[in-house]
Design a protein around this ligand. Structure first.
Ligand code: NAD
Length: 245
């Protein structure tokens, strides 16, 4: 894959999937810009990958507008920033609901809109949604609702730009080996008294392959979506979850 001459902007680029996307897109020859709230964390990834780091909060419209003004026109835009919070539905506060929709759905909307505004003729827009954007899970209703929203947003925008050389797709991973899943394991342990292996097994058993997805599997798919061979792939929510969903 040769993405030389293409600028790729990745939100939430300081950790987990975003950090691996930065590695993979830099390796494919793209000029990489990573964005997130914590400059110190972004700096570590920037030094490793040669990416440019820009501070931005994807829930804040002015911040996302500044981000793209500073980054310059990007051919590849990846809305990866996200967060997951869990609670029984009846105990889910309005603040938790707003927080989940804010970072996962509104954050993707703002990233897509500002990225598209200055996209040159050719472009690739990708959301890192979740398998939770395609099916339900208990105790994470706001996250599931937000990720279903991301899939809907992706499908709608894909049709709007279909006559141009731009595609819009969502990648929907199952549980991935990142800090987010480590936090879920810690949360299950705290709430149930399970040990680490049991708590991890409670998550991996949702996958028919009984394993976590590696960030590099997501990166490879995202890089492929940016190829010419993938130009007909538009408006799709691609499940990457070992057969789940
Ligand atoms: P992660 O927690 O390592 O990464 C999320 C990143 O988003 C962090 O760097 C965080 O600082 C950043 N972020 C959060 N709120 C932000 C905001 N308001 N503005 C800017 N940046 C913000 O977790 P990850 O697993 O790498 O998650 C990346 C994406 O993948 C998320 O959208 C997540 O929902 C999705 N996902 C994760 C899994 C999983 O099991 N880990 C599964 C499916 C989908």
């Amino acid at each position: 894959m040769n993405l030389a001459g293409k600028r790729a902007l990745i939100t939430g680029g300081g950790s987990g999937i975003g950090a691996d996307l930065a590695r993979g897109f830099a390796a494919a020859g793209a000029e990489v810009v990573i964005a997130g709230r914590r400059l110190d964390v972004l700096g570590v990834v920037a030094r490793k990958t040669g990416a440019r780091a820009i501070q931005a909060d994807v829930t804040d419209e002015a911040s996302v507008m500044r981000l793209f003004a500073e980054a310059g026109p990007c051919e590849i835009v990846i809305a990866n920033a996200g967060a997951a919070d869990s609670a029984p539905f009846g105990k889910t506060s309005l603040a938790q609901w707003h927080a989940m929709l804010g970072v996962n759905l509104t954050g993707t909307f703002l990233t897509f809109r500002e990225g598209l505004k200055q996209m040159p003729g050719w472009g690739r827009i990708i959301a890192i949604a979740s398998i939770a954007g395609l099916r339900g899970y208990p105790y994470v209703a706001p996250y599931v609702a937000a990720k279903h929203g991301v899939v809907g947003l992706t499908k709608a925008l894909a049709l709007e730009v279909a006559k141009r050389e731009i595609t819009v797709n969502a990648i929907c991973p199952g549980y991935v080996a990142t800090e987010m899943t480590e936090r879920s394991v810690a949360n299950i342990r705290a709430k149930t008294g399970m040990d680490e292996a049991e708590a991890l097994a409670a998550l991996t058993k949702t996958s028919p392959q009984n394993r976590l997805i590696e960030p590099s599997e997501i990166t490879s798919l995202a890089v492929w979506l940016c190829s010419e061979d993938a130009r007909g792939m538009n408006g799709q929510a691609l499940s990457l979850a070992g057969g789940e969903g």
